[in-house]
Design a protein around this ligand. Structure first.
Ligand SMILES: [Zn+2]
Length: 80
């Protein structure tokens, strides 16, 4: 029996300052992308809601009508 969980990298965006954290996680089961997670932001120095995308570049290039996503895009661009 092989039990090799695929390791995938995921980008999480701080919803306060736009800092991007890349984490590696085991892909045990299909996760829904675009979800919110509470994580420590080293810039804000507190636990902030982070928005999870698979890849920031792809996220920025993808057109969206969602106000939430547009707000997050602006956050990312502003921090660059
Ligand atoms: Zn932050």
């Amino acid at each position: 029996m092989s039990n090799k969980a695929k390791i995938i990298s995921t980008d999480l965006i701080c919803l306060e300052c736009g800092t991007i954290i890349t984490i590696q996680r085991k892909q045990n089961h299909k996760r829904k992308i675009s979800h919110i997670e509470n994580l420590w932001c080293y810039k804000c120095e507190k636990v902030i809601k982070h928005y999870e995308v698979q890849d920031v570049e792809t996220f920025l290039e993808t057109e969206t009508n969602s106000n939430e996503k547009q707000k997050i895009k602006k956050l990312i661009i502003k921090r660059k």
